[in-house]
Design a protein around this ligand. Structure first.
Ligand code: HSE
Length: 441
């Protein structure tokens, strides 16, 4: 086996496990290029064998129902724990570390309750224990705390770190639905578990806060030291009255350094509706963190779901793999040097497609709009909205046009043609619109 090759074994093959497998199998070359490690998905242990075909094409002989083939398997370098729960997961992770394997886990309850023992063992054995996916799913907040902010004293953290509660509260705020209706909707969308107690009682958020605050303050802050209050007592009346006073109710996980010690608490809070966290909606997560050097920072993204969580798990597998092959691969520059660089086309601005805001100062006379519409139409630009603003002078007006998506080269042509129209008085303004859509289309 080449020095760059790293064998990976998964414990658990639910939504996250399948997504991790998909990324490992489809991104292998890319990961090798970026990180210098060649990841082989070697074993996947699941509770029962599939009776029919699976939607991920695993290598031959990869599936097993015996987790010891992963934690004790002589060829496995990195064990990825995705089974959840505390006791069995603790035994398997302990066994893997005892065997000198690097471990990656997404299990917040495990770390919040028995993290101190696991990290001590990992340190003794000199193995990597990665847990980026345990808190805020795909948001790289663990790496930020462990590495990027190491030179800071963390003054405060305010996190929306339970997507289920955030979805429920958003529904209650925006649709004015009751708690029960919003919870049923969360369950229907697959955000909440069939038994949603861990989410709505604030326990899941407290597990995650235990991890974040332990990292932020370099001291183990176990789950049972955190004050926890869920959202079950929030009624539509609270939401409505809070709204009238200009507030939004969110389940916040808060950690602060104060003169009397570290505050760590999870509870519903009213926050000003103009604040950044008030605009973290639906099942999204957001963490607002203030460091003494860096000042305020904001982390936002998907805190749950197969692929976002797998994104964080795979990043940890790569780091574990780099540790397994000796860390030298950190010297890899992932495409910056000439020999690593791929031949990719850099597309021209002329081919960019966006919506546009246009403001033209035009003569206030008949058929102006028709002339402008004709030019835009000839250039394949479709108008989404038009408004005419008050007269600038006695015989001119500002015409504001919002277009549908159009090619930049077509807009260039339209600008040229419009500037030649007699009815267009002045130079005009064109600004691209970025909708910041979730799907980025
Ligand atoms: N139940 C969790 C949430 C899933 O709603 O955020 C991710 O930890």
């Amino acid at each position: 086996m080449e020095k760059s090759e790293v064998n990976v074994g998964l414990l658990g093959w639910g939504t996250v496990g399948k997504s991790v497998s998909k990324i490992l199998l489809s991104q292998r070359k890319n990961i090798l290029k970026k990180s210098g490690v060649n990841l082989n998905l070697t074993k996947v242990a699941k509770r029962t064998m599939p009776v029919e075909g699976q939607d991920v094409d695993l290598p031959n002989n990869c599936l097993t129902t015996d987790p010891s083939e992963v934690v004790n398997g002589s060829g496995i370098d990195v064990v990825v724990e995705l089974i959840g729960g505390v006791d069995t997961a603790f035994d398997l992770v302990t066994q893997a570390i005892e065997n000198g394997k690097h471990v990656v886990t997404a299990n917040k309850a495990l770390l919040a309750e028995r993290g101190a023992e696991l990290f001590q063992l990992a340190n003794q054995k000199g193995v990597f224990l990665g847990f980026e996916a345990s808190t805020a799913g795909g948001i790289p907040i663990i790496k930020a705390l462990r590495e990027s902010f190491s030179g800071n004293q963390i003054q405060s953290m305010h996190g929306i770190i339970n997507g289920t509660c955030n979805y429920i509260l958003t529904q209650m705020h925006e649709q004015m639905t009751s708690f029960n209706v919003a919870l049923a909707s969360a369950q229907e969308k697959g955000y909440a578990e069939a038994d949603p107690t861990l989410d709505i009682e604030g326990i899941d958020a407290a597990h995650k806060l235990s991890i974040l605050s332990s990292l932020a303050y370099s001291t183990y802050l176990p789950f049972d030291k955190i004050y926890v209050e869920g959202i079950t007592k929030i009624t539509d009346k609270e939401i409505q009255y809070a709204k009238e006073f200009g507030y939004v109710i969110k389940l916040l996980a808060i950690a602060k350094m104060t003169d009397s010690g570290i505050e760590a608490r999870v509870h519903p809070s009213l926050i000003p509706e103009r604040s950044i966290l008030a605009n973290v909606s639906d099942a999204f997560n957001g963490v607002y963190l203030v460091g003494d050097a860096v000042g305020p920072t904001l982390f936002y993204g998907q805190g749950a779901g197969g692929m976002p969580t797998a994104s964080a798990v795979v990043a940890d597998i790569i780091e574990a793999g780099q540790t397994a092959v000796g860390g030298l691969v950190n010297l890899k520059t992932g495409g910056w040097t000439k020999e690593e660089s791929s031949e990719v086309e850099i597309s021209s601005i002329a081919e960019v497609k966006t919506r546009y805001y246009m403001r033209l100062v035009v003569r206030d006379q008949p058929s102006v709009l028709a002339e402008i519409g004709q030019v835009l139409g000839d250039c394949q630009i479709s108008i989404a909205a038009v408004t005419q603003k008050d007269s600038q002078a006695c015989d001119t007006v500002s015409l504001v046009i919002i277009t549908h998506k159009a090619l930049e080269k077509n807009m260039d042509l339209a600008r040229e043609k419009l500037s030649k129209l007699e009815v267009v008085e002045d130079d005009f303004t064109v600004i691209r619109i970025e909708e910041l859509d979730f799907d980025n289309t």
